[in-house]
Write a protein that binds this ligand. Structure first.
Ligand code: SF4
Length: 443
């Protein structure tokens, strides 16, 4: 059954808005006490009182239960607008509602549809962040996701004169993202472990741990210790997002995950000093060594490199891609993969702020990589698709997203931000990006 047939034969007969992600999938930020079903609906607060007696309320919130009822009745929850927009483009448009439902067995879909909407449901796929502890402060991140970013703001104050940062990502410490200090009891974390012990470890098919840098968080190690001390008790597949910085204890990780099925997702989009400029805190050589150590061990299923495509990474992105190709040749096609994720926020760091001639030059280099490797058996189909999508993006798209500010404001912010970033972090934009220097000086 293809995706469209699945929609017509399995989903739509239940209702025109039924989506199993509302029952079986969640992202939960335990530091801020918030959750959502998939990445599209806005996050909402978890009731701190309810979870004291019903730990699964970190997922089964009143808001999600109302959405479930609406989906059973065929009404469209407002938070899922992303999917409705795609479906309204035309009868055959496939939204994430389809992709995110068809990963579950038919019996699970029927059960979700038939059970009372007030029922508590055990998750099958979960992405969880314990806290925002992170030793990096990447240029495109912000204090909501990094404790090192928090320190920058606390020490140096807000970034000034940014006109496109309407939500103030770089102006305050985002205290709401971390409700409890280190050492304090976080009831959301307590509820997660309580639920994990009683039910979740039996029902969860896939658990992805994110952060911050999850391997800098004590709670991640507590969970990994649970796996170590309870071998064979859970068949949950583990995925861990990690920056694989020098401080990450890869040996401890390998020791903890023996006998488990684990995928590592790591962020990287350029090489050496450019990578270290973009991802402040990174030691590129140490990152490479950690990737190799993971691949040399037989305890990791695969290392997936997630590239965040911004204006700064395009110069050395092809070098990274060739490096990843070398890894693929050395370790196997399926043990190393990459995705190219186009940065839209903060929009002043988008690749689209670059002048046309630079964009065209970078597009041509990527096209050259694509031409040379389109038949390379080590390349995955999704990798070629991501490359093609980026080439088209650099060629055709002119504004980062529909609500982005006009280009002079984005250019103002690019200059303002990186001038302050250099000062605060002891960096030198012009030295690290000589090919952007002339353009940068005109801003
Ligand atoms: S309908 Fe779409 S936006 Fe809503 S939960 Fe499902 S996949 Fe996510």
């Amino acid at each position: 059954m293809n995706d469209l047939e699945f929609k017509h034969k399995v989903l739509d007969p239940k209702s025109a808005s039924f989506c199993a992600a509302k029952w079986y999938n969640a992202t939960i930020w335990l530091g801020s006490g918030q959750t959502t079903s998939c990445h599209h609906p806005p996050a909402h607060a978890i009731d701190a009182e309810e979870i004291k007696t019903r730990p699964s309320a970190i997922h089964n919130t009143v808001e999600k239960k109302i959405d479930r009822l609406n989906m059973q009745l065929g009404n469209r929850p407002r938070g899922c607008e992303y999917c409705w927009k795609i479906e309204d483009m035309g009868r055959d448009s496939i939204s994430d509602r389809v992709y995110k439902s068809r990963i579950y067995p038919l019996e699970a879909l029927n059960e979700a549809y038939q059970q009372p909407h007030q029922a508590d449901v055990n998750l099958r796929t979960l992405e969880i962040a314990f806290d925002r502890t992170c030793q990096f402060a990447c240029s495109y991140c912000n204090p909501a996701f990094s404790s090192t970013w928090v320190r920058d703001i606390q020490r140096n104050g807000p970034y000034e004169s940014l006109v496109s940062d309407g939500r103030g990502h770089f102006t305050h410490a985002h205290d709401r993202s971390q409700l409890y200090r280190f050492g304090e009891t976080n009831p959301y974390v307590e509820a997660f472990f309580a639920w994990w012990e009683t039910d979740l470890h039996r029902t969860l098919q896939e658990l992805r741990i994110t952060g911050g840098e999850p391997l800098m968080s004590g709670e991640t190690w507590k969970l990994l210790d649970w796996f170590k001390n309870n071998r064979g008790k859970s068949s949950t597949r583990l995925a861990i997002n990690s920056n694989l910085g020098a401080e990450v204890d890869v040996d401890r990780l390998l020791d903890s995950i023996e006998g488990l099925e684990v995928d590592i997702y790591t962020s990287q989009e350029s090489v050496y000093d450019q990578a270290e400029y973009i991802r402040d805190g990174l030691d590129y050589t140490a990152w490479m060594a950690n990737v190799q150590k993971l691949l040399d061990s037989n305890r990791i299923r695969a290392v997936h490199c997630m590239a965040t495509i911004s204006a700064l990474c395009l110069d050395s992105l092809p070098s990274l891609l060739y490096q990843l190709l070398e890894f693929k040749q050395q370790y196997g096609r399926d043990r190393v993969s990459f995705t190219l994720n186009i940065l839209r926020f903060p929009s002043f760091q988008s690749a689209l702020v670059l002048p046309d001639e630079l964009r065209a030059r970078y597009k041509d280099r990527l096209q050259d990589f694509w031409n040379r490797n389109q038949l390379n058996p080590y390349m995955h189909e999704h990798e070629l698709n991501h490359l093609q999508r980026l080439i088209d993006y650099l060629d055709i798209v002119k504004t980062p997203h529909s609500e982005a500010f006009e280009m002079p404001k984005l250019h103002n912010d690019f200059k303002q931000f990186f001038a302050q970033y250099d000062q605060r972090r002891g960096k030198d934009f012009a030295k690290i990006f000589p090919q952007l220097q002339n353009w940068y000086q005109t801003l």
